[in-house]
Write a protein that binds this ligand. Structure first.
Ligand code: ZN
Length: 240
């Protein structure tokens, strides 16, 4: 029987968890670990790749076997090799791999390249509550979720978020001070689907929250490649 579940690779800088006690306390096995555990529990094959591995763990073979790449970057975006960024970009736009950018990955080279904008935003660590409102209840990423998810403590991100207008906006956040933010945004880039998801600061246990894990699983299913496997181009009678 063919396994129809997508294969996921989670990419993580994986430095702060090894050097910063505050981050270590929340994510002792890496911020990727609870997400990977949850996906594997859903029978989704999940690989881990990190910044300090050769080729950042993203060899052509690994990317070719990846249906959806989840990305966590924060402090070391600039250390990601441009050649690897190009490789990921091609795998998304030409190969149809899905891409999910988490939280501070708004400044990841690959995300900025996919967007073509600065991806700047406002931010403040005040430990406040976040309300994540679903604004597209029939979207696949909203499946099975409540209309509002409360994150007890979070870092605030505020508008204006300098991104291209999303093809589909699924979640909007509001914060204690009145700021709002487009927290769940979908785009198509070539053959690939891209999802940006805001919650997830490294000193709060957000990626252990069941609704957040469900949402990310939905996002993986949505972002997985779909549609025609091959397309023929060229001249009538010679090529097709
Ligand atoms: Zn943060």
């Amino acid at each position: 029987m063919i396994n129809t579940q997508p294969t996921v690779t989670i990419w993580n800088e994986y430095r702060q968890e090894q050097t910063d006690p505050a981050v270590q306390a929340i994510y002792p096995h890496g911020i990727h670990a609870p997400i990977a555990d949850h996906l594997r529990h859903q029978n989704i094959t999940t690989h881990i790749a990190t910044l300090d591995q050769p080729q950042h763990g993203l060899t052509p073979e690994r990317l070719a076997q990846t249906d959806v790449l989840i990305w966590w970057g924060h402090r070391h975006h600039h250390e990601v090799d441009d050649a690897i960024v190009t490789r990921i970009h091609e795998r998304i736009t030409l190969g149809g791999m899905g891409f999910i950018a988490l939280h501070s990955s708004h400044f990841a080279k690959i995300f900025c390249q996919l967007m073509g904008t600065t991806c700047k935003l406002k931010h403040a660590v005040r430990g406040e509550q976040e309300r994540l409102w679903c604004v597209s209840p029939t979207h696949p990423i909203a499946t099975g979720l409540p209309e509002r998810i409360t994150v007890p403590q979070t870092e605030m991100y505020g508008e204006f978020f300098d991104i291209p207008t999303p093809d589909e906006l699924v979640f909007v956040s509001s914060f204690d001070n009145g700021e709002v933010f487009r927290s769940g945004c979908c785009w198509r880039r070539g053959r690939g689907k891209v999802f940006y998801f805001r919650p997830g600061h490294e000193t709060y246990p957000i990626y252990y929250q069941p609704e957040i894990l469900q949402l990310l699983t939905n996002a993986v299913q949505w972002a997985a490649p779909s549609g025609l496997q091959t397309v023929t181009y060229g001249r009538e009678g010679r090529d097709w």
